[in-house]
Design a protein around this ligand. Sequence first.
Ligand code: SF4
Length: 678
Amino acid sequence: MKKTLTVCPYCGTGCALYLVSDGGRLIGVEPSVTHPVSRGGLCVKGWNAFAFVQHPDRLTTPLIRRNGELMPASWNEALGLVVERLQSIQQRYGHDSVMFCSSAKATNEENYLLMKLARGVFFTNNIDHCARLCHSSTVFGLAETLGSGAMTNSIACFDQADLIFVIGSNTTEQHPLIGTRILNAVRSGTKLIVADNRRIRLARHADLHLRHKNGSDVALLNAMMHVIITEGRMNRPFIENRTENYAAFAENLREWTPERAAAITGLEAGEIVVAARLFAEAKNAMIVFSMGITQHSHGVDNVRCCAALALLTGNLGRPGAGVNPLRGQNNVQGGCDMGALPDVFSCYQPVADPGMRQKFARAWGVADLPGSPGLALTHAMDAAAAGELQGMFIMGENPLLSDPDQAHARQALQNLELLVVQDIFLTETAVLADVVLPAACYAEKEGTFTNTERRVQRLRKALEPPGEALADWEIICALAERAGYGGMRYSGPAQVMEEIAALTSSYGGISFERLDQHGLQWPCPDAKHPGTPVLHVDHCTRGPGRFSPADYRPPHETADDDYPFVLTTGRTYFHWHTGTMTRRSHLLDREERSAFIEINPEDAGRLGVRENDIVLVASRRGEIRVAVRVTGMVIPGVVFIPFHFAEGAANALTNNVLDPESSIPEFKVCAVRIRRIV
Ligand code: SF4
C-alpha cells in the first residue's frame, strides 16, 4: 500500500490527509496526526474524500457536440475547436465577448494560469470564479476597512479567544473541524455568542443565541456598537492610534438604539444589550462569519459592520481576536489570491494600474494587457442571457446549480454561441456544453491550495487520471500553445509557483520545497520568511483601520400575502456544493439522499403538512418539489432548503438581485409559498 500526503478537496479548513492506494486503486484515507489544523481529525467528508475519485461516471475523453449529442473526440480535435471558436467569436464581437470562469476547486497554479490565459492570450479581463457567489462581499468589505480580504487570524487562535461571536456561519456543518475547535474552546471556558435564526448545533452550546430575522445583521451589529459607545466600553487608545473616520462612524450610530434594532431584527432590545456587553467585556473577542453574512444584497455592509465591531473594541492584531471569514471551498482563498477576478492580477494588484500591467506584460512576454476591469461572474450570466456575451469557458464549476435563479442561468448558458466546460464529471452545466474537456481530480495531480487561514499547502499525486483526462494546468497550457502563445511551457506546477512568487509579494517566499508538510501562511514575502499567522499586528495592511458606516437596507424580497415564507439556503454536513463529488460517494449519499425543506412545527400545522410529505415550493422565479422536515431548527415564517440536489434545486427559487458593490447574489433571503402535494 502507498500513502500520499495531500489536502482534503472539500471545505476551506484545509485538513491534511493521506490517500491510501493499493495497486493503482484508492482504498481509503488516513488523517495526518501532526497537521496544525486537522491534528489527526477529519470530518465525514474528509474520511470519504477517496470515494468519488474512481467513480465510473468520471469523464475519460473530450466530448464535442455533434447533431445535438455530446460525442467522444480526440484532444487534438477538441483543443483546436475550442481555440478556433473562441478566436472566431473575438474577431466578430471583440475581446470581451468571451468569459473565463475559474475554479475554487482547482489549484493556485491552475487559477493563475487561467488568469494568464484570459488576460495574456485572449486579452480580456473577463475572468472570475465562484468567490463571486460566496465571499466577494468579504473581499470588498475587508479590503476597504482593513486592507486585506482574508481571515485576520489562524485557526489555532480559536483556542486563545475569551469570546467567539459566530454570525452567519453554521460552522459545525460547513467547516466541521473548525466547529469542533470552537466547541472545544467553549468546553475550556470560552464564551460563545451565536447569531443565526436557525438553531444550529453551535447554538445549543452558546451563552447567547440571537435568532434575528434574515437580512437584519446591519441593524443588530449597529445596535451592539451603539450600546458599546453609549456605555463607554469602546477601546479608546486603539481607536485613536490605529483607526480613522471614527467620529463620522459614531455619529451614524447615534440613532441605532437597541429598541430601533429590536423592531427590525425581531429580537428583544435586552438581548442586543447583553450581546454588546459580553463582546466588549471579553479580553480577546473573535468574530467568525461566513455566507450568512456575505450572501445578501447588502453583504458588503454586513462585512463593514463586522470589521467595525473589531476596530471599536480593539480586537485585532493578536491571537484570540480578529475578523475571521471562513472561506467555503477548499481553494476559494487561492482563487482570489491568484487573480481569478475581473479587476486584479495575483494578490489584488489592480489591472487598472499601468505599472502593474507593464510588470505582468513584461514577465509574460506580451506587448500589452487589458486595463478595464472585466465582467463579474454574475454580470456575465446577465450579459449572456441578454445576448451580449457569446463565449464562456468554465473550469470546474457548475453554475446551473450554484447560481441564483436557475431559469435565468439556464437561459444564459443556452444563449451562448460557445460553451466549454472542463470538469471531472458530466455536471448539469456540462450537459449543456458544446465541448467538454475531461480533467484530473485533486488526487491525480500536483499543486497547491490555500486554505481559509491563508495557509498554502501542497497536494500530491497519488494515482493517474482516468482514460485521457489531464490536469487542468496541462489543458490550459495546451490551449495557450494552440492559440500561438509560447509562454506557458512549464515542467510542472512547481515552476508555475516560481512565476507566481516572482510576481506576487505575499507569495514571494513560497516554493514547493518550502511548503513541505504543513505549508506556509501568507504574507510570506521572501525565502527566509516564516509566514504570518496573524495579520494587522502593528497596523492594518491598509494603514489605519477604517470605520465605514453602514445603514440598514432590508432584503430585496420579504414575505407577503402571495409568498408568505422567507426561504434561506445553505449546505448540509454530508454534502458539498452542487453534490458533484459527495453524491457520488456512496456513504455520504446514503446519509442524505434527496432534497428537503425545514419547516417550523407551527407553520407545518398551519399548512397541514407532516414529516416526509412532498410539497411544492414556489418563488417568483420557479418551483421545486421537496420532502418536508418539521423542525424547530427554523423559526416560524422561515424555511430552509440545501442547494446540493439537482432534482430539488434550491436555486430554482433564489433571487438574482445583487449587492451593488460586490455583485454577490442574495442567496440567503427570498420569498416563497408552499403547497402540499403528497
Ligand atoms: Fe475536509 Fe473540511 Fe472536513 Fe477538514 S473539515 S475533512 S477540510 S471537509
